[in-house]
Write a protein that binds this ligand. Structure first.
Ligand SMILES: *[C@@H]1O[C@H](CO)[C@@H](O)[C@H](O)[C@H]1NC(C)=O
Ligand SMILES: *[C@@H]1O[C@H](CO)[C@@H](O)[C@H](O)[C@H]1NC(C)=O
Ligand SMILES: *[C@@H]1O[C@H](CO)[C@@H](O)[C@H](O)[C@H]1NC(C)=O
Ligand SMILES: *[C@@H]1O[C@H](CO)[C@@H](O)[C@H](O)[C@H]1NC(C)=O
Ligand SMILES: *[C@@H]1O[C@H](CO)[C@@H](O)[C@H](O)[C@H]1NC(C)=O
Length: 361
């Protein structure tokens, strides 16, 4: 079942609120972008016979406004290969991340600092990214660590699926697993409409690439966009995008990102703004009590793929209440951290209550 639900986020004094992030807010911190998926996101451009040729095209050059969160969770100036200490089993080369960031800065010079959070690992299937898995936990942990120095997670860039083209059942289940993954990430990052830009596979090693491709192109979730890698040149291995193809892809991702991608709404400890929220977007509104309501889509993953049921009412509501002690930042391992976990759980169970789902998989 797909249901559009208005979540009502109740503010407790000014301790907790949601914030409609304006460009000014974003400029105060990093524009954090999480990169995940398998080898093409990690980057194999310029890698032949397990050796990277070291060629970095101008579109992927370093810039002091482009940072990278290292495996040790420190920020450093980003450079190729972006995933060198994350995807450590194979040799990394050029991926789309640097070209994406350079392209965003070129098209919007006032964009501010971009903080890239590489998380992709080659050869991984969608099941290995399910909630609770090593890769999933690492993604959430790194994304939260990235937030510690200030900033906003602006998007998840996702390029994966090849490993799910081999077995028919996996391909069939891909769409459900993918949507659940996006849903879970948004929920655990407390960013219910986090923009996601994914890449549709051009080909796959398995026979069922068309099924996976279709799932990617037809992921029908709010703020999930798809760019198509079809036609981009591959390395002689026939498996990976070349360096120049990655540059092209990075530009495509930047275009998709800059075109009408709304700023994410994050549930957190923000001070309430005095001016009213922009309610022109249909994803947020203010109710009579002055609470912010956010429209989110919930998905019942137990239903077979393709089977959709509309919700009875277009205006179902869930109330989420949450309180943080003052003067503390959400984080792990303390009282506030636990409060944050509680919020995430409430958020999830409220959605499940509406859609009638329980945790599966
Ligand atoms: C890569 O390895 C193959 C097979 O061993 C060889 O034929 C080819 O020349 C190698 N290519 C490069 C660029 O080293
Ligand atoms: C870095 O990016 C900025 C835009 O934010 C641009 O003006 C500058 O020329 C870039 N620097 C280099 C060395 O490319
Ligand atoms: C996904 O990959 C893991 C590890 O390689 C493997 O054990 C598992 O069977 C795969 N699952 C699917 C559904 O392909
Ligand atoms: C890399 O991307 C290309 C283009 O979409 C695709 O054909 C190929 O299967 C991908 N390879 C892997 C290992 O994901
Ligand atoms: C959390 O909210 C309180 C109350 O508005 C504020 O004093 C505190 O600085 C905030 N903490 C952070 C980390 O934003």
């Amino acid at each position: 079942m797909f249901a559009l639900v208005w979540l009502i986020l109740l503010f407790y004094s000014s301790l907790v609120s949601t914030q409609d992030l304006s460009h000014d807010d974003v400029l105060q911190g990093k524009n954090i972008v999480v990169l995940a998926g398998q080898s093409n996101m990690s980057g194999r451009g310029g890698v032949i016979n397990d050796t990277w040729d070291g060629f970095v095209p101008p579109e992927c050059h370093q810039n002091s406004s482009i940072l990278r969160l290292s495996a040790g969770l420190t920020w450093e100036e980003a450079m190729e290969p972006l995933h060198r200490d994350i995807d450590v089993v194979r040799t990394c080369g050029v991926g789309p991340g640097m070209a994406f960031a350079n392209s965003v800065l070129e098209k919007d010079p006032s964009f501010g600092v971009i903080g890239l959070v590489p998380c992709a690992v080659g050869g991984t299937n969608i099941s290995e990214w399910r909630r609770g898995s090593v890769l999933y936990n690492q993604l959430i942990r790194r994304a939260n660590a990235a937030l510690q120095g200030g900033g906003v997670i602006r998007a998840l860039l996702w390029y994966q699926g090849e490993s799910d083209t081999v077995i028919h059942k996996d391909a069939e289940l891909y769409k459900r697993r993918l949507m659940k993954f996006f849903d879970d990430v948004r929920s655990d990052l407390m960013s219910p409409i986090l923009p996601v830009i994914q890449v549709a596979l051009a080909s796959g090693k398995g026979p069922y690439k068309e099924i996976v491709r279709k799932a990617q192109l037809e992921t029908n979730l709010q703020n999930v966009k798809c760019v198509d890698a079809k036609g981009l040149p591959l390395e002689p291995d026939g498996l990976h995008l070349t360096t120049l193809a990655q540059v092209e892809l990075g530009k495509m991702l930047a275009d998709a990102f800059l075109q009408n991608v709304p700023l994410p709404v994050r549930i957190g400890n923000f001070s309430k703004k005095s001016e009213p929220m922009d309610t022109s977007k249909d994803s947020e509104r203010i109710n009579n009590e002055g609470d912010v309501e956010i429209k989110v889509e919930t998905v019942d993953h137990r239903l077979p793929p393709g089977e959709k049921k509309e919700s009875k009412s277009k205006d179902e509501k869930v109330e989420i209440t949450h309180v943080f002690p003052p003067d503390q930042k959400p984080g792990a391992g303390n009282v506030v951290g636990e409060a944050v976990v509680k919020v995430a759980e409430n958020f999830q169970s409220a959605k499940q209550a509406i859609s009638g789902t329980h945790k599966t998989e």
